[in-house]
Design a protein around this ligand. Structure first.
Ligand code: ADP
Ligand code: ZN
Length: 729
C-alpha cells in the first residue's frame, strides 16, 4: 500500500494523506472522499514510508479514482505551486485549483477533445493554388492547408470566414470533427518573417543583450518611454527563439490585450497565437492550455493567470506594462504575476523580460541595484516627439464644470486647429456626492458609509464601493429641505459641460458606464483614431494600451486628491497615470502637450514630474522610500479582517498582534481601519506587519499562523493574509 499526499481544494493550509494500491506520480489528478463530498485533488508526493511510520494509517481513506495517466501539472509548475502556498501562506489545494483551467478542476479529461478541423479534400490536394490567384485570402488559406490541417476557428480568424466558406463550397476543403494531434514546434512549418523595421541603436543594444541570455535565467527591465519601440524589441528578441522551436509566454494587462496586440505578433511571424483572457469560455481556455502544454503554440499572450500556462519547451517569459496593478490578484490567492514570472523563469532556467515606460519602484530598484539587467529606450521610435508637460494653476480662476478658464483657453486653441483633445477625469458618474444645501448632510450608502455617486443619465445614485443603487431623492433625509446639490465633478458632468462650452464639437465619453464589454471599447477607440470625435472624455481606461495619434492636448482635471492620499503608493500611481496618459498623445508631425490642473501648482511631485519626467521622479521616490523605511526596502504583509460588528474585527486583529509581539521581533502597526473603512455592511480593519528582511517576517507568520487560526474570533470574522500588499483599500 502507498501513502499519497494530495492537495485537496479546501481552505486548509495542509496536504492530506490518502492510500492507494501503488505509488502515483506527482501532478496527477485524483478523486478523493472529503467528509461527505468527493473532490478533485492533485497528487503532490507519494510518501516513502511504510505503514508503521504513518500515524493512524488504518484510519486513512483510499483514493477513489485516478483521473490522469500522466501528470497534468509538470515539475516546474508543481514547484511553483509549492512556492505559492509557502510564500503566500495559502491552502495548497486552492493554489493548485487556481492554476488549472476550470474544466480540469471539475475533473474533465486533459487530453485533446474532438475539434472542427479544416483540411484539404482529395480534389483540393490535386489542385494547384494558381487557380485561386484572383482570391488572395482563399489562396493564402489554401497554401496554409497544403502544409497542415487547421482548426476551423483559427482559419476563419486568420483568413476570414468567407474565404473558408468559399474553399469548402468549391470542394477544395472540408470541415471534419477530429481529435487534433498536437505536435511540439508545430508552428515551424508556417513560421515566416514579415518585414521589420531596422532597430535603432538603443533597440539593437537591448536585443543583443537579450540574445546573450538564451538558455539562462536572467531578469531584464526594458525601461522605455511610451512609443519607444518596446514591442518591437520583444518581437525581434523572440524571433531566434521561435526559430529554435522554443515557446514564449507574454503577460499583458487585461485592457492591453487588444486584437491589435495579438495581430501584431501573428502578422510578424505568420503563426497562430494562443490568447488567454477573462472573457474566454472554459472550453477555449482548456484548448489553449492543451496546445501550449503540448508545445503546439509558439506564442501565448494572456492576462494575469496566464502565468500558470504549461509550456513544453519555453524560451522566454515577457511581462509587458509590468507596473500595471492588474498583475496583482486582490482576493483569494493574492499573488503577483510579475514575481511569479521571475520564480518560474528561474525554474525553467530562461530569461524574463519586464517592459514598461513607468516601471514599478520595486522593479526599478532591482534594476538600479544590479539584480536585473537594465535596458533603456530613451527616445520615441520613428522620430515622434514626446509630449510637453505643464502644471496649470487653477487657484482663483473661474471653474466651469470642473474646467478652469485657463484650461478652456488652451482647449479652444487645439480644437480650432482641428486636433483632438483628451480630457482625463478620475471619476465616472455625474458627481461624486449629493448633499443638502441647507444642512450640509451628504446622502450616503448605509452599507459602506460613503457618499453615493450621482448618475444623472439614469437618474439614480450608485455606491461605487458595493454597487448598491437607489432612486434620486428629492429631499434631505435629515432636515427634509428639497435643496439637494451635487459636489465635485465626474465624467458625465464634464461631458455635459463640454457640450455647452463647445457646441457642435463632436464628443465621446469613455468610462465603464459607456463602454461595457471589450468590443464596444475597441470600436470606440477605432472611431477615435478615424477622427470621428474631437473631444474625448474618460477615466483610467484611456491611459492604457492605446495610442491616439491625433490627440495634441491631454488635460488632467484634478490631481490634488492623489497628492494628499494616505496611501504611500499614491504618488507612484499618479506619476504612472500621468506619464502613461501623456504617452498616448501625438506623433511625429503633431507633437502634443499635457496640462495638469491643480490647486497645488508648487507641489514638489508635480514639479518634478513635469520638469524631469517619470524616470527622475521614480529614482527620487525610491530614495524617499528608503529614508522612510518603506517597501521595496522592507518587507510587509497585511492581515485584513472584516465583520458586521466592528469591535469583533478590531479585537481579532488586536489578538493577532498579541500573538506576534509575544514571540517575534517584527514591527506591527495597527489595527487601523482600511482606506475603505466599511464595505457592504462590513467594517474593515488591517494590521500592517513589516521587517527589514523577508525571511524573518515570513518565518514569524508561519509560526504564528496556527495560533491565529485558533483565536476565538477566527471563525467569526472574515480575515485574510496579503503578502507584499500593493493596495491598502
Ligand atoms: P512601445 O511598445 O514602446 O509603445 P512600439 O514597439 O509599439 O513601442 O513602437 C511604436 C511605433 O514605432 C510602432 O508603430 C512601431 O512599429 C514603430 N517602431 C518601433 N521601432 C521602430 C524602428 N526601429 N524604426 C521605425 N519604426 C519603429
Ligand atoms: Zn455601498
Amino acid at each position: 500500500m502507498a501513502f499519497i499526499q494530495v492537495a485537496v481544494p479546501v481552505p486548509l493550509r495542509q496536504l492530506f494523506t490518502y492510500t492507494h494500491d501503488s505509488a502515483l506520480e506527482a501532478g496527477v489528478r485524483v478523486m478523493v472522499p472529503f467528509g461527505p463530498r468527493k473532490l478533485v485533488g492533485v497528487v503532490v508526493e507519494t510518501l516513502r514510508k511504510s505503514e508503521s511510520e504513518i500515524d493512524n494509517s488504518n484510519k486513512l481513506k483510499a483514493i477513489e479514482m485516478v483521473l490522469d495517466h500522466q501528470p497534468i501539472v509538470d515539475g516546474v509548475l508543481l514547484k511553483m505551486a509549492q512556492w505559492l502556498w509557502q510564500y503566500y501562506h495559502h491552502a495548497p489545494g486552492e493554489v493548485l485549483h487556481a492554476m488549472l483551467p476550470v474544466l480540469l478542476r471539475k475533473g474533465e479529461s486533459a487530453g485533446p477533445t474532438p475539434q472542427d478541423m479544416l483540411m484539404l479534400t482529395d480534389e483540393g490536394k490535386k489542385t494547384l493554388s494558381a487557380s485561386l490567384s484572383r482570391a488572395p485570402k482563399q489562396n493564402a488559406c489554401f497554401t496554409a492547408l497544403t502544409k497542415r490541417a487547421m482548426l476551423a476557428i483559427e482559419a476563419r480568424k486568420q483568413f476570414g470566414a468567407p474565404a473558408v466558406k468559399a474553399l469548402v463550397e468549391k470542394s477544395l476543403a472540408v470541415i471534419k470533427e477530429v481529435t487534433p494531434e498536437f505536435k511540439p514546434g508545430a508552428w515551424l512549418s508556417t513560421l515566416t518573417m514579415a518585414e521589420k523595421p531596422v532597430p535603432d541603436t538603443e533597440q539593437s543594444v537591448a536585443i543583443a543583450a537579450l540574445n546573450r541570455q538564451h538558455g539562462n535565467f536572467a531578469v531584464s527591465l526594458l525601461e522605455g518611454v511610451t512609443g519607444s519601440g518596446k514591442t518591437e524589441v520583444y518581437l525581434q528578441a523572440i524571433e531566434p527563439l521561435l526559430r529554435e522551436g522554443k515557446q514564449v509566454l507574454i503577460l499583458v494587462p487585461e485592457i492591453g490585450l487588444t486584437p491589435q496586440t495579438v495581430s501584431r505578433f501573428e502578422k510578424r511571424f505568420g503563426i497562430a497565437v494562443g490568447v488567454l483572457h477573462s472573457q474566454l469560455s472554459d472550453k477555449d481556455r482548456l484548448q489553449v492550455w492543451q496546445r501550449a502544454k503540448a508545445g503546439e503554440l509558439g506564442i501565448v499572450i494572456g492576462t494575469r493567470s496566464a502565468i500558470f500556462t504549461p509550456l513544453n519547451n519555453p524560451g522566454m517569459l515577457i511581462v509587458d506594462e509590468e507596473h500595471d496593478e492588474s498583475f496583482k490578484q486582490q482576493d483569494g490567492l493574492r499573488y503577483h504575476a510579475r514575481d511569479l514570472a521571475a520564480m518560474r523563469a528561474k525554474q525553467h532556467n530562461i530569461p524574463l523580460l519586464l517592459g514598461s515606460a513607468t516601471p514599478a519602484l520595486e522593479t526599478l530598484n532591482n534594476a538600479l541595484s544590479g539584480r536585473y539587467a537594465h535596458l533603456q529606450l530613451t527616445k520615441r521610435a520613428g522620430g515622434a516627439q514626446s509630449t510637453h508637460q505643464h502644471v496649470l494653476d487653477a487657484r482663483d480662476q473661474p471653474i466651469h464644470y470642473g474646467i478652469s478658464q485657463g484650461l478652456l483657453t488652451i482647449m479652444r486653441q487645439h480644437i480650432s486647429a482641428g486636433n483632438q483633445v483628451l480630457v482625463f477625469v478620475n471619476r465616472r458618474g455625474y458627481a461624486p456626492a449629493l448633499l443638502c444645501h441647507h444642512c450640509g448632510e451628504t446622502v450616503t450608502c448605509k452599507r459602506c458609509e460613503r457618499p453615493y455617486t450621482v448618475h444623472k443619465a439614469q437618474n439614480r445614485l450608485q455606491c461605487h464601493h458595493c454597487g448598491g443603487m437607489r432612486a434620486m431623492p428629492t429631499n434631505c433625509e435629515a432636515c427634509h429641505y428639497n435643496e439637494l446639490v451635487t459636489a465635485g465633478t465626474g465624467t458625465e458632468q464634464v461631458e455635459q459641460g463640454l457640450a455647452s462650452l463647445f457646441p457642435g464639437v463632436t464628443q465621446v465619453r469613455i468610462d465603464s458606464d459607456t463602454v461595457r464589454g471589450k468590443d464596444k471599447l475597441h470600436q470606440t477607440l477605432d472611431a477615435i483614431n478615424r477622427q470621428e470625435y474631437q473631444l474625448l472624455v474618460g477615466t483610467q481606461i484611456l491611459s492604457k494600451g492605446h495610442h491616439f495619434p491625433h490627440v495634441t492636448l491631454v488635460a488632467v482635471l484634478d490631481c490634488d486628491g492623489a497628492l494628499f492620499s494616505a496611501d504611500f503608493r499614491a504618488p507612484e500611481k499618479l506619476a504612472q497615470l500621468v506619464t502613461q496618459l501623456a504617452g498616448r498623445a501625438g506623433r511625429a508631425s503633431k507633437p502634443g502637450e499635457m496640462w495638469l490642473q491643480t490647486h497645488n501648482p508648487h507641489h514638489p511631485l508635480l514639479q518634478d514630474l513635469v520638469h524631469n519626467g517619470y524616470g527622475h521622479f521614480a529614482r527620487h521616490a525610491l530614495m524617499e522610500r528608503k529614508a522612510a523605511s518603506l517597501p521595496p526596502f522592507i518587507s510587509q504583509f497585511v492581515i485584513r479582517a472584516e465583520a458586521t460588528d466592528s469591535s469583533l474585527a478590531y479585537r481579532f486583529l488586536q489578538d493577532c498582534k498579541q500573538v506576534f509581539t509575544q514571540a517575534h521581533a517584527i514591527e506591527i502597526s495597527g489595527p487601523f481601519p482600511c482606506l475603505i473603512e466599511k464595505r457592504q455592511g462590513r467594517f474593515r480593519f488591517m494590521l500592517v506587519c513589516s521587517h527589514q528582511k523577508r525571511a524573518p517576517l515570513h518565518n514569524a507568520l508561519r509560526l504564528a499562523l496556527p495560533f491565529l487560526q485558533a483565536l476565538p474570533q477566527a471563525t467569526k470574522v472574515r480575515w485574510s493574509i496579503d503578502i507584499d500588499p500593493t493596495d491598502f483599500s
